[in-house]
Design a protein around this ligand. Sequence first.
Ligand SMILES: NC(=O)c1ccc[n+]([C@@H]2O[C@H](COP(=O)([O-])OP(=O)(O)OC[C@H]3O[C@@H](n4cnc5c(N)ncnc54)[C@H](O)[C@@H]3O)[C@@H](O)[C@H]2O)c1
Length: 315
Amino acid sequence: MSRWLLTGGAGYIGSHVARDLLTSGREVVVLDDLSSGIRERVPGDAELVVASVLDTEAVRRALEGVTGVVHLAAKKAVGESVEMPLMYYRENVGGVTSLLQAMDDVGTPCMVYSSSAAVYGEPPWSPISEDSPLAPLSPYGETKVIGEWMVRDVAAARELSWVALRYFNVAGAGSPDLGDPSVNNLIPMVFRALDQGEAPQIFGTDYPTPDGSCIRDYIHVSDLSAAHVAAADLVERELVGVALNVGTGVGSSVAEVMDAVSSVVGRDVGAVAVGRRAGDPPELVAQVERAQEMLGWSAQRGLADMVESAYAARR
Ligand SMILES: NC(=O)c1ccc[n+]([C@@H]2O[C@H](COP(=O)([O-])OP(=O)(O)OC[C@H]3O[C@@H](n4cnc5c(N)ncnc54)[C@H](O)[C@@H]3O)[C@@H](O)[C@H]2O)c1
């Protein structure tokens, strides 16, 4: 049985990954500073270390006997990163620096790194392959690119097997107690508007897409979590270094998401069209063949599952 360190394991995605790593037969140590994570979400079978990844000494101690690290701990709000770039550089880039230093000190051989489709910025084509240019549009996206490069560079200097997973639009919940508590993404934003008795907004209806609204690749958090276990299996099995898109390969427009929410709540949500937001590309859909080939993984759940489970988990 191998032992894995999961940073950010008390968060939205991490609480799913913690459960799936345990189910895969691994021991799990969660390291989380609980800045946005919730202690109760860490499964009882996992060990919890409350510390920041910036605390290299605490990470070094937590790495004792550990084969690999799944690194999720980070700040993730794009708009906030524009307002507070230094905080994002300190937390996200500083976090990877500290973690890689500790891993180097103790010789941890495997890593799965949480990256994002934000590394692509506004891509000139879609679906987008991993070989497309990296051109992030925000400090948040920049910190994810820098993190990927740091992992790659350390791996080139010593034996480290790694996979960076570039998540597309994560949604849904694996169970009603594990919903997304933040309101950065579309589906939680729609439910919050409905809870407040407001009409959800569609930002831009004049994009060059069939219904005029933006198209994104929504991936169920349980499918995303399963990709982490497949990536952990891969880096344990062989020496690799690769970035992989994690999406469904299927795009849904904002208007289609509104329709899906309407059918789940049983009434027309009455979405209203407002102007475009700066920096929203018309379409961002993943090419997923590389992840399917390398991980033997593919997404199983569709938009209806995501909206239904997010609704059931709504606070
Ligand atoms: N949710 C998405 O749509 C999405 C999309 C792409 C990438 N990501 C990435 O996935 C990862 C997890 O995101 P999430 O949605 O679960 O967010 P989240 O905020 O729910 O989880 C992040 C977790 O990391 C912890 N954390 C933050 N800074 C820390 C630090 N310095 N030391 C220790 N712990 C720290 C938080 O307490 C929290 O438990 C992040 O790296 C994020 O950038 C998320």
